[in-house]
Every structure is written in C-alpha cells, then in structure tokens.
Design a protein around this ligand. Structure first.
Ligand code: 0RA
Length: 646
C-alpha cells in the first residue's frame, strides 16, 4: 500500500469507527436494551464483564466498583491492564481501539478464552459512546497510562502520567444525561445483587462495591465485599436460606463436557416450588434453553432409573412425570459457551444444540455418584417424588376444571367480573381489586369501554405454602385464570402458560396504600411470580398507585402520593388547607378513584418486571415462607412497608 493509500485507509477506518460510535448514540437501545434504569445499570455490567474476563483468564482476582458522589462509576481491576502499544492495523494505541471501536473487545487477544461480555456483548466502547465523559487509566509495565473521552470522542492520544508498581485497569465513566433522560441515578441494591451473583458465578474473585453517596453509622462509605470460595454450592445455600433442606448437603459438580465448561449445584427442600436458575457466560438465561433442557433430562433419567430399581415405585398406580422430580428443587446450571446463540422474546434463551447432552451427561454422573454415596438422602428424594406424583394426580383434576371453562363465552366468565365492552385485548385492562366495596367504587369510576374490574375477596391464598392442587382449587385463583382467559399447558411444556387468549394486555393490581394492602399486593404478586411468570415477563402486570393524601382548600383539591408532595401542596396553598389521609381505596368516591388512579391520562402505573429472578425468588420465599425471623429482618430493613421492586 502506498503512503497515500495507507492514509486513506486509516481515515476510512476511523470514519467507520466514528460511525459505529455515532450509531450507538443514535440507537442506544439496540446495544444496551433500553435507556431507562435497566440500560443505565447495564453500562456498569459491561465494564465489569471485561474485568471478569480478565479474571477468568487467571490474570486478575480483585475488582472494585465505586458509585461516586456524582453518580459516575469507577471500575478497577488488578489484571494485566489493557495493552497500550501501537495497534498495527489501526495505527493508534490498542487502548484507544478498545475504547472507541465498536466490537473491538478483545479481538487482538485470540488466545484468551473469551466467553463473558454483557448481554449484548457490545464491549466497553459502547459505554464510552454513551458517556458524557470517560477516563481510562492503565497500570502496565511500570507506567501509568491515561486517555479521556467525551461522548466517545478521544480528547488526547494515550499518554504516560507517571510510574507504578501495580498492574490493572481503571475506568471511570459518567453516563450521558441526554441519552439516559429518565434517570442517571444508580441504585445500590441493583448493583449489589449483580455483584453478589457475579461473585458466586466466578468463585475466587473478590468484588467490592462502594457507594460514596452514602455513609453508614460509623461514618464510613456504604460498602460490601462479595467473595465466594465454593461458588454455586454457596449460591444455593444463599438462595435456600429460608427453606428447610430435605437432604444433607448441596449436590454439585464442576467440569468440562464435550469441551463445554459446565457447573451445576442443586438441593431439595421440603417446599413445593421448583426453582431453576440458569446462566450462560454469567448471563441469567430467564427463558432457559438447551442447557436447562439438558439439566432436566439428566435429572429425570437418573432419578427415574434409581427410583425404578429401588422398588419404591412398585405400588404407585400411575406414572411418575418429569415435573414430579422437581418439586422442592433449587438448582443452578452455569455453562460457558464460546459462541452462544440467544433466542426468545428477551434473547435470554440458549439455542446451541450441543449443550443439551453436555449438561445432561454432567448431571447424570453427578447425581449417580451422590445417590450411591447417600442412600438415606436418595430415599427421602424418592419419597418426595412419590408425594409429588400423588399431589399432581389430584391437581390434574382441579386443573382440568380451570382449563375446561371457555373464557370467550360470556357464560364461562366469573360472575364477579365486570367486563369491558372493547374486544381487542391489546386495548383492554383488568383491575384486580381488593375487597367487594372497593370493587364497587372501581366499577362506578372506570371507563367501561376498556376497563374491567375483578374484585378479590380478602386475603388470597399464599401459594408459597400451598400444594399445587390447592392452588388450582382456590376460588379466587380460578377466577383470575378464567377472567384473564389464560390456560395452562402447551404442547412443549405441561406447566407453561398459554397467553394466546389473554383477554387484557394490562393486568393492574389495585390495593389499599397501607400495610394490609401491600400484603395483599405481595400475595397476588407471589401468585403471578410462581404460576404466571410469563405474564410478568410479557410486561402485562402493573401496580396501581392510589394517592395517600387529599389536600383541600375551598374548592381546590389536590392529591399527594408522599409526604413531601403533601407538604409542597400545603405550602403552595398558603395556609388554611385541610388534609385527608386516605387509608384505603374505599374512602375515595368513584370520581376521585378515576381521577387519581385509573384515568390513563393522570395515573401512574408501576410495571412489574423480573429484573433479577434469582433475587425475586429469594424474596418471595422469605416473605411468604415459614421462617419468620428473616422476614422480620427484611421488613424492618425496608421500612414501613416492603416495596418489592420485582
Ligand atoms: C486484551 C489483552 C490484554 C488485556 C486485556 C485485553 C484486558 C482488558 C480489560 C478490560 C478491563 N480490564 C482489562 N484487563 C485486561 C493483555 C494481553 C497481555 O498482556 O499479553
């Protein structure tokens, strides 16, 4: 290539790089999912993932994440440091390439086993593009190197700013307020949950999280250190902390099958729910996929073989099904896949076919060993499976009742449902309302064209403590199924929810804004989480937010949703205002309920999402389970009423 051609090539490349970065700024959602709180936190995960990669290669054992006072984030690791030398093809420092080229990642380090990377695997350059300001500092070969950027644009060439005797990379970034318009405030708990999860998934790596915005009682910054010696084994103990174990110890394995690193840990508890968590390259695969199928296959075939040969099934009059082996099971499957194919609605379902048999084999070997070495535990598990099969038999009948009713015929709808006239489900909403009296008010206040009301009587069943057939026999729960028009069981999965005939695309939980109301709200959410997870994942579940106060002065009426708003309104009215505290929905008349809580123009609906299914699972089992002490601790820690952000 001539000098001239080289120059042109270089500028062509840098234009391409620029275009890549511009594209990230133009279409951020394509890269980080969204520009709400989720996307904002995703930036941190993306940077941390790079350090995790370095740790997985065995070059790093400590990562620190700091939320700075101004909500900027600093991530530091003690790895080798991003190379700063000339990148031959690009003609600039490798550091600059990593920071400014979309998809550059670790391309020039082919030998490293690179499987981590954020959900979208976009790399740190994407974080750079979406940051007002970013500074990268590298400690490497005795020198400190630095480069800064604004909205992804390099401010100066990589320079050396001094000497050092450590190695590692430090990245500080400030998310761009013009992109993250909703909020640029980081949530400590959200980051802590993810760092804890990463520590369990990558044992031996110390991850610290420091919040410089807040101090504790001792006057020190709020901080936590996450570290796990035993990885998934400890993760299981953490998840099942509030459940009673059925067997002596956590069953676990770690190894490579057909070239795929596989880690599995599981335990049985005395409860009835199935809690499976799966990860691919440290990413939570909510929708499951081939690794989870492999786990199920290995578990079922091994346990079935054992149970058959034990003779314990001989007296059973019906077949044991796959589901029966998973009642009271908590398990985590974590695999590392070089080129993962993500499928499904939220791109969290693993598609790689070859993974199924790898995981299945791993699970078979692990379980066969355990059952041989722990005959007492093996017996307890088989006994539990038999109980589950019997309960399922009873449940099948109850479930048939739920399924048989055809929700499309008016006759089949629950009598308590006040339906809307609109036929297009995408335009329809149903309010699940606590109590008949509030239900009556809601019925008067609603817009009957598109809003339906289903009153629920008092406390609904705590599904966390109930066996399946009790759940399907429950009157209120049956009403919810028929009103929504959803059925259970698809061709692929006997437990999956069939949403094809969902009659309302918004399902709104409307409860009193007090402790009882929040308890009922939690009971309903628990039911949705355990039995209608797909409804939450589809973004159909919402929580209504009735106001707490009515402030009146003469003919003026204003509503307040918290104490601060109330005080501001009182002040703006300049004295003489009277305040009414709404203790329940029942204290509002139909018009007030419409104005504040139901009218789409003015209401605030909180959409329920499963940001972290693992954490939600723990919270539900804790709030709803048998063990009281941890629940009290949780509620005390979370003030007057536990506002679960699932
Ligand atoms: C590629 C090559 C080498 C290090 C890294 C990437 C690296 C990247 C990040 C991102 C955050 N922390 C990091 N630490 C290291 C080093 C190659 C070598 O030294 O031979």
């Amino acid at each position: 290539m001539s000098e001239e051609a080289k120059k042109n090539q270089y500028s062509a490349d840098s234009i391409q790089a620029l275009e890549g970065m511009e594209h990230v700024r133009m279409r951020p959602s394509m890269y980080i999912g969204d520009v709400g709180p989720r996307g904002l936190h995703h930036l941190v995960y993306e940077v941390v993932d790079n350090s995790i990669d370095e740790a997985m290669g065995g070059h790093c054992d400590t990562i620190s994440v700091t939320i700075n006072e101004d909500n900027s984030i600093t991530v530091q690791d003690n790895g080798r440091g991003i190379p700063v030398g000339l990148h031959k093809k690009e003609g600039v420092s490798a550091l600059e390439v990593v920071m400014t080229k979309i998809g550059a990642g670790g391309k020039f380090d082919k030998d490293s086993y690179k499987v981590s990377g954020g959900l979208h695997g976009v790399g740190v350059s994407c974080v750079n593009a979406l940051s007002d300001h970013l500074k990268a500092t590298v400690h490497r070969e005795g020198k400190i190197w630095e480069q800064e950027y604004e909205r992804g644009k390099t401010l100066y060439p990589v320079k050396s700013i001094g000497d050092t005797d450590i190695t590692g990379t430090v990245v500080t970034f400030e998310p761009d307020k013009s992109i993250f318009t909703q909020t640029t405030e980081y949530n400590y708990d959200t980051l802590a949950n993810r760092m804890r999860e990463l520590a369990y998934l990558n044992k031996g790596v110390t991850i610290t999280l420091t919040d410089k915005r807040n101090k504790d009682e001792k006057g020190e910054f709020v901080a936590e250190t996450f570290f796990s010696n035993e990885g998934l084994k400890e993760f299981i103990k953490f998840l099942d902390e509030t459940r009673e174990p059925l067997i002596q110890s956590v069953i676990s394995m770690e190894g490579e099958k057909n070239g795929i690193p596989v880690e599995v840990a599981m335990i049985y508890n005395t409860g009835f729910s199935e809690n499976l968590h799966s990860y691919v390259n440290n990413i939570n695969t909510h929708e499951g996929g081939t690794h989870l199928s492999g786990f199920r296959r290995g578990l079922t075939s091994t346990l079935k073989k054992y149970a058959d040969s034990s003779g314990m099934l001989d007296k059973l009059k019906f077949e044991v099904s796959g589901d029966d082996f998973r009642e009271g099971l908590t398990a985590i499957v974590s695999v590392k896949v070089a080129e993962p194919q993500f499928e499904g609605q939220t791109k969290t379902k693993l598609g790689n076919r070859e993974v199924t048999s790898a995981v299945s084999q791993a699970v078979s070997e692990m379980l066969t060993n355990y059952l041989e070495e722990h005959p007492d535990d093996a017996k307890s598990v088989v006994q539990k499976v038999i109980l589950a099969a019997q309960a399922r038999h009873a449940a099948a009948k109850a479930r048939e009742m739920v399924q048989r009713k055809n929700p499309m015929s008016v006759g089949g709808l629950p009598g308590k449902l006040s339906d809307c006239s609109e036929q297009d489900p995408t335009k329809c909403e149903v309010f699940l309302v606590e109590g008949d009296s509030a239900g009556g008010t809601a019925k008067q206040g609603r817009d009957r064209n598109f809003q339906a009301i289903l009153p629920l009587r008092g406390k609904i069943l705590n599904v966390e403590k109930a066996m399946q057939h009790k759940v399907f026999e429950n009157e209120e729960i049956k009403n919810i199924y028929t009103a929504l028009g959803v059925t259970i069981g698809t061709e692929e999965d006997s437990k999956a929810l069939n949403l094809e005939k969902l009659r309302y695309h918004k399902v709104v939980i409307m409860c009193d804004a007090d402790v009882d109301g929040s308890h009922i709200e939690t009971l309903i959410l628990t039911f949705f989480f355990r039995y209608m997870r797909e409804l939450i994942e589809g973004g159909h579940v919402y929580i209504a937010t009735p106001p707490l106060y009515l402030v009146k002065k003469g003919a003026k009426r204003r509503y307040a949703w918290n104490d601060q708003e109330r005080d501001e309104i009182i002040e703006s009215m300049k004295g003489g205002a009277s305040i009414q505290r709404y203790k329940g929905l029942g204290e509002m008349n139909a018009e007030q309920l419409w104005d504040t809580t139901m009218n789409p123009e003015f209401r605030t609906l909180r959409q329920v999402s499963i940001e972290n299914a693992t954490e939600s699972d723990r919270i539900f089992s804790m709030l709803m389970g048998d063990e009281v002490p941890p629940r009290r601790e949780f509620i005390e820690k979370n003030a007057v009423y536990a506002n679960i952000d699932v």
